[in-house]
Design a protein around this ligand. Structure first.
Ligand SMILES: NC(=O)c1ccc[n+]([C@@H]2O[C@H](COP(=O)([O-])OP(=O)(O)OC[C@H]3O[C@@H](n4cnc5c(N)ncnc54)[C@H](OP(=O)(O)O)[C@@H]3O)[C@@H](O)[C@H]2O)c1
Length: 313
């Protein structure tokens, strides 16, 4: 089978499509034939070596966290799935390996793919969709009537975070670049700020929750826009940042929460249910596996707005 691997940290030129033996499974595992795998910013942060503390430095390493595909084989101890089932799921975030013809998972990392969405759409849901649920439902605990600012709203997580915050009854102000304004509106944002035309520091409004998906807003900046008991959610879980946020939260009504993604099969089932009924899942671009370097070059340079996938089968 084909699998994307790399033997040292670097830019997308380190990525290679290699022939590997198809993996074998243990009793509690499933072999999945991957139809599509998603591209996430976490992928390039990891292969560039920006997250060595979490990823470790042993090689070769695989790339790609979330995928959708068909169950090819099940171990004797697997109860809920059979060969031929369509599923979507995630691999261990810092181990990766979804850009491959086959992956091995347990039942705790997958859920049935809704028939109403494509494999490409299902592949982009796990990381970004689960991140959006964790951010909006748990970290910001967004509720009816709240004012929510989503900075970086036209990217993968943002598109789902807008929709989730709206479902929970909030009023959403989305911040996006010029190419993302229309998409943020389509996802249901009540107001959209183009950050090339207006700095958010100039906004007169104050927010119950500010979600920064751009990695550019500091807590000090966000505080100026937060209500006295508002919550700021950011995406970079550095050890220093986590300690600073913890200490700050002890003494202030304004809270700083940092996302550490905890993907679960239960979360996937929630996403599947939402996808059946009310979730828009735009996929901007699909790449062939052979073009994996081009895929990461374009997406990491911001040339693709929203979600992109690598198509395998
Ligand atoms: N901690 C965790 O467990 C975890 C889990 C999942 C994701 N993440 C992180 O969460 C972040 C968002 O993920 P994603 O998949 O949504 O990434 P993405 O698709 O790259 O979206 C980021 C967005 O930020 C926008 N942006 C860039 N500069 C901006 C600025 N100055 N002001 C406002 N917006 C700006 C971009 O819009 P334009 O292209 O229009 O500029 C883009 O749409 C990434 O850093 C990712 O690594 C963390």
């Amino acid at each position: 089978m084909r699998k994307v691997l790399y033997d040292r940290f670097g830019n997308e030129q380190v990525l290679m499509v290699r022939e590997q033996p198809t993996p074998t499974i243990a009793q509690n595992q499933l072999l999945i034939q991957v139809k599509a795998a998603s591209i996430n910013p976490l992928d390039w942060k990891i292969y560039r070596g920006e997250m060595k503390l979490l990823s470790g430095s042993t090689f070769p390493k695989g790339v790609g966290i979330d995928f959708a595909g068909i169950v090819a084989q099940v171990g004797a101890g697997v109860t809920d799935y059979r060969a031929g089932d369509a599923v979507f799921g995630f691999l261990e975030v810092f181990k990766g390996g979804a850009l491959a013809d086959y992956v091995v998972v347990t039942e705790t990392a997958i859920a049935p793919k809704p028939a109403s969405i494509s494999f490409d759409q299902a592949a982009v849901l796990p990381v970004t969709g689960l991140a959006a649920l964790q951010i909006v439902d748990e970290l910001a605990a967004v509720g009816p009537g709240q004012e929510v600012l989503i900075n970086g709203a036209s990217g993968g997580v943002g598109l789902f975070a807008i929709q989730r915050a709206k479902q929970r009854g909030a009023r959403v102000t989305a911040v996006a670049g010029p190419a993302g304004v229309e998409r943020a509106t389509q996802m249901g944002a009540d107001a959209v700020v183009d950050y090339t035309k207006q700095a958010i520091s100039q906004l007169a409004q104050r927010f119950d929750a500010i979600i920064d998906l751009s990695d550019k807003l500091t807590f000090a900046e966000a505080r100026q826009l937060l209500k006295s008991r508002g919550t700021f959610v950011s995406m970079l879980p550095s050890p220093l940042g986590l300690v600073q946020a913890f200490l700050h939260n002890l003494f202030s009504g304004q809270k700083h929460r940092i996302l550490i993604l905890k993907p679960t099969a239960a979360g996937l089932r929630t996403l599947a249910d939402l996808a059946e009924h009310q979730l828009q899942i735009p996929v901007e671009k699909a790449y062939e596996l052979a073009n994996v370097r081009q895929a990461y070059q374009e997406t990491s340079q911001g040339k693709v707005k929203g979600k992109a996938v690598v198509v395998l089968a």
